[in-house]
Design a protein around this ligand. Structure first.
Ligand SMILES: Cc1cc2nc3c(=O)[nH]c(=O)nc-3n(C[C@H](O)[C@H](O)[C@H](O)COP(=O)(O)OP(=O)(O)OC[C@H]3O[C@@H](n4cnc5c(N)ncnc54)[C@H](O)[C@@H]3O)c2cc1C
Length: 666
């Protein structure tokens, strides 16, 4: 099957407008005749559900939590990008487009990214109209801060809880439609398969997680907004429930999976502290606006700190190595995440790490506290030479910007980040890969759309900070509502789709068979036992740095682990009850397949780009070395029975508006 990305013709800045002018429309009365299933009510699915219902479609929305308010999106801390140029610092749609393509190491589709930049400003207006309390400056205008990979301030935020506030906005918009009966909300329901009738997505099979009942649901189109698959690593900053099942199930039924190996390892997370952990915690990138990253300049000092003989604050300026500022003077601490993560790993591998395991660097706010404090002393007419006063005033400003993050750090690490630098280390955070979609956000299954983190679009090989919320909300509020109408226009007279069709019966049987298999498997090990083992293989051999040997081993080890899992997993309880072990089993089964495809994709991509770093392909300075001649394409994998048999399809990436050059942030 040839991949058709359906990119409209014409100049890049006209494509989206021109597209909207010429698509098929469904008139308001006919929208009432059409049902849409939305799997996932995070920012992507929630915004889509609210908008499509407002337009008049009948929406059935599903999430596995007890409320859309608990989607993983609520964890987003730092902010959301938009090309509003409120700071007058030279931002524009083109610059956001350029930064995103460059940040993604030239592995994103130009047309989609430009559209994203175009609609970015509308998102902020929409959210403000909903009442989202984005931070404001003294004069009342919306405030901005900077994120990595850019030279402007374009990130809108609500302290360190931007995702939560945006989600509450989308959720209230959804609630209005739930109240009107236009959205039927299925909380605590998990989609376990898609139903395809005559080649088109026409429904899903879902499990009621409270009663265990298996249900059939039909619709004229199915939208998957199920989030990312970072938990394939077991430990990540994702919510514990985040999983790949919906995306993987549609992959197995015909949706190509694109660039599975593009994973983002975020540089500023609280380091792993031991085997007992089931989750990692992010310290938002916004902290790099004011925090300076460093390690001791001398290995002896690093060792003394590791042994508890010295403290960070014992080291003078001259004894510190601000390695990002040294290596990347233009962007300094605000280089993109892939660059910052690799630089931290390089210093730790070289013996400069500062925690007990040697896998941590410092994120230090002392300079910012002093700078803000001095300014505040001047503003208030106080003594700017009084060090204690300056520190107090500065800490108050830092608290107003990042207070909840500092509190979180304090609660987890039991150290006060106002007086001693935070310790941070890279951790799995976001997946740029996902189901392949065309310009309409439709997968290779007609009528099955994918939005938000679950699709592969827009971020290339590395996502810039604060761009996931932008993309999820762009997809849900402003893109899908147009493109899905174009697809649905021929179906207006079709009527309701019966769930008695043989395709529903067959899909339901498949789901029930898998559940029965788990329940009746009298194995000896818990689901987590296998998940942890998978995570270790992924982190050691498919993680921040990869090589051909390790990847080939990982592929074999994951396949063997999968076999062991099916033979020896123990799932207590029954199918007809609230059974979280069973939920985990079906999810880990999918991770065990996805992990293998992930490694296969990483092995085939003989280059380094963004979050995909192959040790064999690096510059003398240790930067990622792309091979544009052979790898400037989206790798879209077609399922053929098992991950090892997946067939590769290539969508060539053509750069007509941005010159392809090796990325530099110096
Ligand atoms: C700690 C942290 C901080 C972040 N901070 C930022 C930030 O500051 N700025 C930024 O731009 N990005 C940030 N991100 C990334 C961003 O939060 C996510 O990419 C984004 O929220 C994903 O939204 P989503 O709607 O695609 O998916 P999610 O919010 O993950 O929602 C997924 C939905 O799908 C449902 N679901 C999944 N599978 C099924 C199934 N099988 N059946 C039924 N329902 C299902 C879930 O119940 C949920 O409702 C952060 C990420 C993390 C981990």
């Amino acid at each position: 099957m040839a991949l058709d990305s359906k990119i409209p013709h014409g100049p890049i800045s006209d494509k989206w407008t021109d597209y909207k002018d010429h698509i098929n429309l469904v008139n308001p009365a006919n929208k009432r005749n059409l049902d849409i299933i939305i799997v996932g009510t995070g920012l992507a699915g929630g915004s889509a559900a609210a908008t499509l219902a407002e337009q008049g479609y009948n929406v059935k929305a599903f999430c596995f939590q007890d409320s859309p308010r608990r989607a993983h999106s609520i964890a987003a801390q730092g902010g959301i990008n938009a090309a509003k140029n409120y700071k007058g610092d030279g931002d524009s749609v083109y610059r956001l487009f350029y930064d995103t393509v460059k940040g993604g190491d030239y592995r994103a589709r130009e047309a989609n990214v430009h559209r994203l930049a175009e609609v970015s400003a509308n998102i902020i207006d929409q959210c403000v109209a909903q009442g989202v309390p984005l931070a404001r400056e003294y004069g009342g205008l919306l405030d901005n801060r900077s994120f990595g990979g850019t030279l402007v301030s374009r990130t809108f935020y609500a302290q360190g809880q931007t995702g939560q506030q945006l989600l509450l906005g989308a959720y209230s918009a959804m609630n209005r439609q739930i109240g009107r009966g236009k959205i039927k909300m299925y909380n605590r329901h998990e989609m376990l398969d898609i139903v395809i009738v005559n080649g088109k997505a026409r429904g899903i099979i879902a499990r009621n997680l409270v009663t265990g009942e298996i249900e059939r649901h039909s619709a004229h189109a199915v939208v998957v907004g199920s989030g990312g698959y970072g938990n394939v690593f077991f430990l990540s900053t994702n919510a514990m429930g985040s999983n790949a099942t919906a995306a993987w199930k549609i992959h197995k039924k015909g949706a190509f999976f694109a660039n599975p190996c593009y994973t983002q390892i975020h540089p500023t997370c609280i380091p792993v502290s031991g085997d007992h952990q089931s989750k990692l915690t992010l310290m938002s990138e916004s902290l790099r606006n004011d925090g300076r990253i460093w390690v001791p300049a001398k290995q002896e000092d690093a060792q003394a700190i590791r042994e508890g003989k010295k403290k960070a604050t014992d080291l003078s300026e001259a004894e510190r190595d601000y390695f990002l500022e040294r290596r990347y003077p233009a962007f300094g601490n605000l280089v993109p995440r892939d660059v910052a993560s690799r630089a931290a790993k390089e210093r730790c591998d070289a013996g400069f790490g500062v925690n007990k395991t040697g896998e941590a660097v410092y994120l230090d706010f002392a300079a910012a506290i002093k700078r803000y404090g001095t300014e505040e002393a001047f503003v208030k007419g106080l003594d700017a030479n009084d060090a204690a006063l300056v520190t107090k005033l500065g800490a108050e400003i830092v608290k107003s910007k990042y207070g909840n993050l500092f509190q979180m750090y304090y609660k987890i690490v039991d150290e006060d980040p106002y007086t001693t630098p935070m310790m941070i280390y890279p951790a799995v955070h976001y997946t740029m890969g996902g189901t392949w979609v065309d310009y309409n956000l439709m997968t290779t299954i007609p009528g099955c759309f994918s939005i938000g983190e679950s699709n592969f679009s827009d971020h290339g090989a590395n996502r810039l900070g604060a761009s996931a919320l932008m993309q999820g909300l762009a997809d849900g509020y402003f893109v899908l509502p147009y493109t899905i109408g174009d697809y649905l226009a021929p179906d207006i007279k079709m009527g309701e789709i019966s769930t008695d069709l043989p395709e529903f019966v067959a899909a339901e049987k498949e789901v029930k068979d898998q559940i029965d298999r788990f329940i009746n498997n009298k194995g000896t090990h818990s689901v987590d036992y296998f998940h942890k083992k998978l995570g270790k293989i992924m982190w050691d051999k498919v993680g921040m740095a990869r090589n051909a040997k390790g990847l080939a081993e990982a592929i074999e080890e994951i396949a063997a682990l999968r076999e062991e899992f099916y033979k020896d997993v123990k799932v207590p309880g029954s199918a007809n009850e609230f059974n979280q072990e069973l939920e985990k089993a079906t999810r880990v089964a999918d991770f065990l397949e996805l992990g293998e495809l992930f490694a296969k994709d990483a092995l085939h991509r003989n280059e380094s780009c963004g979050g995909h770093f192959r040790e064999e392909y690096q510059t003398e300075e240790g930067e990622a070395l792309r091979d544009d001649e052979n790898f400037a394409y989206v790798a879209a994998w077609e399922y053929k029975g098992k991950p090892s048999d997946a067939v590769l399809h290539k969508e060539p990436l053509v750069y007509e508006n941005i010159k392809l050059v090796q990325r530099s942030y110096k």
